[in-house]
Design a protein around this ligand. Structure first.
Ligand code: SPV
Ligand code: MN
Length: 643
């Protein structure tokens, strides 16, 4: 007689019988050990809906991770490259205008139950109608395929920050990516007990052609906020499918709103000061503004490059990296500017390359500092120089702007030793960084928490680059770089930010950076590496070590401090003239920016009154300065302020 099948506790849903039918004995044992009714119920519902042939339930073991990697290759979603551990994955591509290589904002919607007020800025749809649509799309979507069931943990495990997540997917590429990006969570589910809450994601890549999602016209990402449950169909691009990234961020923002903490689109890094001191900074930068390159600065240590949870613990802000890996933009990543990442990407170890050019078993990307081969294989299939798509548009060798890589942070020598600290790291500073050719100075500090949240975070804008579609140099309003991911109203989100700092004994200082100022000829006023100096200045400021200059927009560095830091950090001269050009207050541009931001906020409901008040005060300070000193005011004409 065969061994008895492990008993999965069955909820009221008769579909639970399906578990016993489709899940193998090993999987049932894993589910039984969790004894979590909601897991079983969701899984049974997913099986009933998607109708997979088999179900593989994974735990945190290396054996299961290896199985997933193997499935990604045998299923054709990834191909091995020559270097050990390296694979390539291509996302769907029909033409430059119809592809699966970016987040699909239009088809990402919140399902709002009838009777609940819809927030006007959010892309929503009525819940029952949305569920009916997505269920229609997902019915039988896994027929003949294997369903993969994974458990992860957002934030370090066994910590006040941990949020367990259940990922159900038919894509081994998605499951593999999540292994590199997130902490294993099966044990966390066990630890939390049978009724602890969790986020859940049901993803199906749908019909594949040559390993990529083919039905991208039916790509849908629906977020059932009432159930902390996300559906995603007919996509493989990680920004849509790796549910633990930006989709879980949306659920986390709602949870943080209920519980009084912050879920942010921010890097987290240690900046190293004198005597071995390390001060921790979070930073919010819209895409293509230098976010990862700041977090990866030579001589500093990285905790995370994309998402942070911040909680008030014993009167201080403490932060963790939500993830444990990087899904980073590969374009322009080169040995000179990004030595550590370049080393990791060119040495053996688990790495997934996305939408690069492959030639002779090696990955190539735009701006890597090497000659691009004239032919190879890329997202469009076999590729040759000059190949065009059906619109006659030239196909770039690697996907312009959004070719990416995925790797675990443990591969990097500059990983901060506190990265897995269960209580997080104490947060000393928050940086907001936009791409701005003519308005803000390279670095400045806010007068206080409210001033920083409003005039730096809530007023964040970024100019479009050639890497994005559409016109270049257009300023995009993107408060806290989080606009794409908000799941509550912007007014409510800002209010939460304001009150978070007010409850702290010592709130982090708030800074704004701008690496992108240009001169009249359009040449950058700063080198890429100058940001290392701005960080050291901020680090000294959080310890009250340097005096600063009071400008209408915030505190500016003094010349002598920067000149010393340029010498110390970069062994580079820094002239008074460079300083005066970079740190001059450009009054009309600053006033124009305030006018743009106020206009945006006037169109929205529920914006905290402080937003208008603090922007009006800043406007007044700028006008006063203009009356006294003119339109372009050198920092040498501004008053010095003690620490
Ligand atoms: C970003 O675009 O901010 C990313 C990549 O980090 S995505 O996963 O698409 O959000
Ligand atoms: Mn991001």
């Amino acid at each position: 007689m065969g061994k008895a099948r492990p008993q999965v506790r069955q909820g009221v849903n008769p579909a639970c019988d399906l578990l016993a039918e489709r899940v193998g004995t090993r999987g049932l044992t894993k589910l039984a050990a969790l004894g979590n009714d909601r897991v079983n119920w969701l899984l049974a519902e997913a099986i009933k809906l998607c109708n997979p042939e088999r179900v593989l339930v994974c735990d945190d073991s290396a054996e299961d991770a290896a199985l997933i990697r193997g499935r990604a290759m045998t299923g054709g979603e990834e191909q091995a490259l020559d270097m050990s551990g390296h694979t390539v994955h291509f996302d769907g591509y029909v033409s430059s205008r119809r592809h699966d290589q970016a987040r699909d904002k239009e088809n990402t919607r919140y399902l709002v139950p009838v009777g609940c007020p819809a927030v006007e800025e959010l892309n929503t749809c009525e819940r029952e109608a949305g569920l009916a649509e997505i269920r229609g799309i997902m019915r039988n979507i896994m027929a003949g395929k294997e369903m993969l069931v994974r458990f992860f943990c957002l934030g370090p495990v066994a910590s006040p920050f941990s949020i367990p997540c259940l990922q159900i997917t038919d894509s081994a590429y998605v499951a593999h990516s999540e292994d590199l990006l997130y902490r294993p969570g099966y044990k966390q589910f066990r630890r939390n007990g049978s009724s602890a809450p969790f986020f859940a994601m049901l993803h199906a890549a749908g019909r594949l052609e040559q390993g990529v999602s083919a039905d991208i016209d039916h790509r849908r990402i629906y977020i059932d906020i009432a159930k902390d449950l996300i559906y995603c169909a007919n996509s493989q691009y990680a920004g849509n499918t790796v549910g633990l990234k930006k989709l879980a961020l949306r659920l986390a923002i709602r949870q943080a709103d209920r519980q009084g903490w912050l879920a942010e689109h921010m890097f987290l890094m240690g900046v190293h000061g004198p005597g071995g001191r390390v001060s921790y900074f979070c930073g919010a930068y819209p895409s293509a503004c230098g976010k990862t390159s700041t977090a990866m600065l030579r001589g500093e240590t990285i905790v995370g490059d994309d998402l942070a949870y911040i909680r008030a613990i014993c009167g201080r802000a403490r932060a963790v990296n939500v993830e444990k890996g990087i899904f980073g933009i590969i374009e322009d990543l080169n040995p000179e500017d990004d030595p550590e990442l370049f080393r990791a990407l060119t040495s053996p170890g688990e790495t997934i390359f996305n939408n690069v050019l492959v030639s002779d078993g090696r990955p190539y990307w735009n701006g890597m500092g090497q000659q691009m081969p004239q032919q190879g294989v890329n997202y469009s299939g076999p590729w040759w120089q000059g190949k065009t798509d059906c619109w006659g548009e030239e196909i770039a060798p690697s996907y312009r702007g959004n070719a990416r890589f995925t790797l675990a942070l443990e591969r990097l020598a500059n990983l901060d030793p506190q990265a897995e600290q269960a209580s997080g790291v104490p947060l000393d500073g928050i940086i907001y960084g936009g791409r701005d050719s003519d308005t803000a100075v390279p670095v400045q500090e806010s007068f206080d928490w409210e001033h920083g949240i409003i005039t730096m975070g809530a007023a964040l804008e970024s100019e479009t680059t050639a890497a994005t579609h559409g016109a270049v140099g257009v300023r995009k309003f993107n408060p806290m770089a989080i606009l794409d991911f908000l799941s509550i109203s912007l007014g409510r989100y800002l209010r939460n930010n304001l009150s978070f700092g007010r409850q702290l004994d010592r709130p982090p200082l708030i800074f704004a950076t701008n690496y992108w100022l240009v001169d009249d000829r359009g040449d950058y006023l700063n080198e890429k590496r100058d940001k290392a100096v701005w960080l050291k200045w901020m680090e000294a400021r959080v310890h009250g070590e340097l005096a600063a200059i009071r400008a209408p927009t915030g505190f500016l560095p003094r010349y002598q401090d920067l000149a010393r830091l340029f010498r110390q950090v970069l062994n580079k001269g820094y002239s008074r003239q460079q300083y005066c050009t970079q740190f001059a207050i450009r009054v009309p541009q600053n006033l124009a920016k305030i006018a743009r931001i106020v206009e945006r906020y006037r169109c929205l409901e529920g914006i905290p009154e402080e937003v208008f008040q603090l922007l009006a005060e800043q406007q007044q300070r700028l006008r006063d300065l203009q009356c006294r000193k003119g339109e372009l005011v050198s920092p040498s004409e501004l008053p010095l302020e003690d620490c």
